[in-house]
Design a protein around this ligand. Structure first.
Ligand SMILES: *Cc1c(COP(=O)(O)O)cnc(C)c1O
Length: 444
């Protein structure tokens, strides 16, 4: 059936019936994934759950449109509608973050960082960032990533006792290293980040500051975590972690229009970002994702979204405190954001992060294994797990459920029989019992 012979509503009607007919195998895999998400506890800190409106935009015919370039300056015909879509997404992103400039084209958070690095740096330029094993992200210059290959990367570290960022130590390191770019923001750090201090450090050594708020951007939009937008030269985020579609975003505050000469081109900083986006790093933007970003940024302006971000933190704080009460070792003794880091190796002799992740998952509780700062174990074994509360909060859970989740985690980690660093056994009937308890909690 061709597109043009049907009305819009008719065309999109019953889409999953169409998929079921066309490809039973994929249809069944998707329904299985739906059931998995529904019947198990999603505590992966890097995940969220987007709205059906966002899903509708993602699955729309906008996906068919190719449009290299930016609104008003495309290399393809037929772009008037997608230009309006992208302009709307940009306007809403600016409003959501209180920014002067927004770029909604990055395909992901990693890509957003690559764009900023490409815009600013030349081969061999110095970056100062939080190490990967310390809670940083691989796109901040880890040796295994292109960013580590092309640039000269130095790391700062969290304190080895408190596990907190020490801004005096970071400043001294910046003075010593003289980086061209400082990156702040983390994948595994549970405390408030002082972006103003980072900017002072950057200014002291004449560096640019990139704040990567992928994990906390929902909190930032709601005012539940201080915003970097007017301190950092560039702020990047993934758009799925705060609850939107997969994708990335770059926003800029007061520095956006600053004229800067880079590789012989004297342009405003935001223009350097545009050039680095296309054709620097990416080709055609994903316009269906951009439409979905527009839908999502509108959602973030609602009272419901904003209130939920505070609730996410309240739940994470409660999860941390009830785990602590049960004798688990929560890093830094709690959290200021959506995330809780637990050292499981300090809970039981021989217990590792990977065993904790796997046995919890067998019982229906989905978390991430996490290498902790100064962890002696490899990343795939690790001493820690990372938990996050965005999805359980979205599903209506509160402090009572956080206590119940803590009790389940404690019981499972006590019941597992440890064989080696990676191997374990868990009693089948115990597992079934816990799975059922989890299922009940999820449907409550
Ligand atoms: C998740 C994350 C990203 C990037 O995510 P993508 O998966 O590439 O979208 C970037 N930086 C930090 C700090 C992250 O936690």
């Amino acid at each position: 059936m061709s597109l043009e012979k049907r009305s819009f509503e008719d065309y999109h009607e019953g889409e999953f019936g169409v998929l079921k007919e066309a490809d039973r195998e994929v249809y069944e895999l998707i329904t299985r994934e739906y059931e998995r998400q529904r019947n198990t506890l999603q505590l992966v800190a890097a995940e969220n759950q987007c709205s059906r409106a966002v899903l509708a935009a993602l699955g729309s015919v906008v996906q068919n449109k190719t449009a290299e370039g930016f609104p008003g300056a495309r290399y393809h015909g037929g772009c008037e509608v997608v230009d309006d879509i992208e302009r709307l997404a940009v306007g809403r992103a600016k409003e959501a973050f209180g920014a002067q400039y927004a770029n909604v084209q990055p395909h992901c958070g990693t890509g957003a960082n690559q764009i900023v690095l490409t815009a600013l740096l030349e081969r061999g330029d110095k970056i100062l960032s939080l190490g990967l094993g310390q809670g940083g992200h691989f796109s901040h210059g880890a040796t295994l990533s292109l960013t580590g290959e092309f640039f000269d990367v130095e790391n700062y570290y969290v304190d080895n006792r408190s596990f907190l960022l020490d801004y005096n130590v970071i400043r001294d390191k910046a003075v010593e290293v003289k980086p061209k770019l400082i990156i702040c923001g983390a994948s595994a750090y549970t405390r408030t980040i002082d972006f103003e201090k980072f900017r002072e450090i950057a200014d002291k050594v004449g560096a640019y500051l990139l704040a990567d708020i992928s994990h906390i951007s929902g909190l930032v939009m709601a005012g539940a975590h201080p915003s970097p937008v007017n301190y950092a030269h560039f702020t990047t985020t993934s758009t799925y972690k705060p609850g939107g579609p997969r994708g990335g975003l770059i926003v800029m505050g007061g520095d956006y229009n600053r004229k800067t000469k880079i590789r012989g081109r004297d342009l405003a900083l935001w223009e350097h970002i545009q050039r680095a986006t296309f054709p620097g790093v990416q080709g055609t933007p994903y316009l269906n994702h951009i439409a979905a970003k527009a839908v999502f940024f509108k959602e973030t302006l609602s009272d419901e979204y904003k209130a939920r971000q505070f609730k996410i933190i309240e739940n994470a704080k409660r999860l941390a405190s009830s785990l602590l009460d049960l004798g688990l070792d929560v890093l830094t003794g709690g959290t200021d954001n959506h995330m809780v880091l637990v050292n499981v190796s300090n809970f039981r002799e021989g217990l590792t992060g990977v065993i904790a992740q796997k046995c919890l998952e067998e019982c229906g509780i989905v978390v991430d294994v996490n290498k902790l700062p100064y962890d002696k174990k490899s990343a795939s074994v690790a001493s820690g797990i990372r938990l996050g509360t965005p999805i359980v909060t979205k599903n209506g859970m509160g402090v009572k459920e956080m206590d119940e989740i803590s009790v389940l985690i404690d019981a499972i980690l006590k019941a597992v029989e440890i064989i080696s660093e990676r191997e374990y056994k868990i009693d089948e009937s115990f597992k079934e019992e816990k799975r059922n308890e989890v299922k009940e909690l999820c449907s409550g």
